[in-house]
Design a protein around this ligand. Structure first.
Ligand code: SAH
Ligand code: SF4
Length: 366
């Protein structure tokens, strides 16, 4: 494979770098009900105004103070002097033949991130794939976001606003959220946790309907286990041995399988939750029956389902290919023989580069 993998020093794994605020005014989206109550108090307004504001922000999802019609004009004016509702601007919106919609959001500092709205016919429900960072430091060899390098963390409000904006714009009730967009969510851990709390408590997305996908940031897996949340943790394993994993995921040098696997067992033991193991299929790299057997053996005692993700092309330069349908199904059969529930991910929005790993902001800094 000719993908260039970053040295590990590029991966800032120990700190959650704070997001810098670029908006001249403070942003209301992302504030909890408690924070709104405190704010309303400082503005000498009655306490019920906080509930009203909260409703407009997270239930009615309006974009301007003028639309908050049950707030008196003088209060709306006072708010508008100091605050803005959100900070994201839609630069582009593309619709796929399969109904998937990709939103390209411009952030206040000119950077862009993408979010994807998907419809799952079999379940009759909508899901959103949210981004947590601009670019990503982990630099997996097969991922378009990794090729951007790391630019910055998204703030709590930037994470929450992706959801609120798309919900309002699409007019759909989006009840499922997956953190599988741009960035490594566990490397923006504090903001991710705060955003999840707002999405759950204010926007009322059920914890069981939220999934975090991580490439394997071991210390944060222990932190999340300690929180014992009802969400789903998905782990991008992608290989059954260190040699194969390291060749495609540089993070494996920092946290090889000897440290990742105990963390996963600890997570299951502590939370009782079943993990999702994600496994990208790259032709000739990790898709052979021998890999499936090794994976089956590795996962034998771990409470998990496995989701196979046939590689989505990100350009010819990286040397990876999607295996044939036969190879994919053979892999699934072998693995199923180990008693695992194995699904093959149906990709959404491949024609508009909105599928897993394809999000790369073609207009970054345009
Ligand atoms: N950073 C997180 C979440 C975002 S990526 C993570 O890596 O888990 C969501 C999933 O898409 C991950 O399993 C990731 O490995 C996978 N992925 C990345 N590039 C891909 C590609 N080109 N084709 C298919 N899946 C890809
Ligand atoms: Fe980052 Fe995930 Fe892409 Fe790896 S797959 S580079 S962790 S976004």
């Amino acid at each position: 494979m000719n993908a260039v993998l970053s040295p590990l020093s590029d991966i800032d794994t120990e700190t959650s770098a704070p997001a810098v605020s670029f908006t001249p005014k403070e942003v209301l989206l992302g504030m909890s009900l408690e924070a709104l109550r405190a704010l309303v108090k400082t503005m000498d307004e009655p306490a019920f105004r906080a509930e009203q504001l909260h409703q407009w922000l997270y239930v009615k999802c309006v974009r301007s103070f003028d639309e908050m019609t049950n707030l008196k004009k003088s209060f709306r004016d006072k708010l508008a002097e100091r605050f803005q509702v959100g900070s994201l601007v839609v630069d582009q919106k593309e619709s796929s033949q399969d109904g998937t919609v990709k939103y390209l959001f411009r952030l206040p500092d000119g950077k862009v991130v993408e979010s994807v709205l998907m419809y799952f016919e079999e379940r009759g429900s909508y899901a959103m794939c949210l981004s947590t960072q601009v670019g990503c430091a982990v630099n997996c060899g097969f991922c378009a976001t990794g090729k951007l390098g790391f630019m910055r963390n998204l703030s709590v409000s930037e994470i929450v606003e992706q959801y609120v904006y798309v919900q309002a714009d699409s007019g759909k009730e989006v009840r499922n959220i997956v953190f599988m967009g741009q960035g490594e969510p566990m490397l923006n851990y504090d903001n991710l946790m705060d955003a999840i709390e707002i999405l759950n408590r204010s926007a009322e997305v059920g914890m069981r309907h939220i999934t975090i996908s991580t490439s394997g940031v071991v210390p944060r897996i222990y932190d999340l286990a300690a929180k014992n949340m009802q969400l789903t943790l998905a782990v991008s394993l992608h290989a059954p041995d260190n040699e194969t994993r390291e060749a495609i995921m540089p993070i494996n040098r920092k946290w090889p399988l000897e440290s990742l696997m105990p963390a996963l067992h600890h997570y299951v033991d502590t939370t009782g939750k079943r993990l999702t193991i994600e496994y990208i299929l790259l032709a000739g790299v990790n898709d052979q029956p021998s890999h499936a057997h090794a994976l089956g053996a590795l996962l034998q005692t771990l409470k998990c389902n496995v989701n196979l993700i046939p590689y989505n092309p990100i350009g010819d330069d990286y040397g990876y290919k999607r295996p044939s349908g036969n190879v994919t199904h053979r892999f699934r059969e072998v693995l199923s023989g180990y008693g695992k529930k194995v699904t093959i991910r149906v990709e959404r929005g491949v024609d508009i580069a909105a599928a897993c790993g394809q999000l790369a902001n073609k207009v970054q800094d345009a």
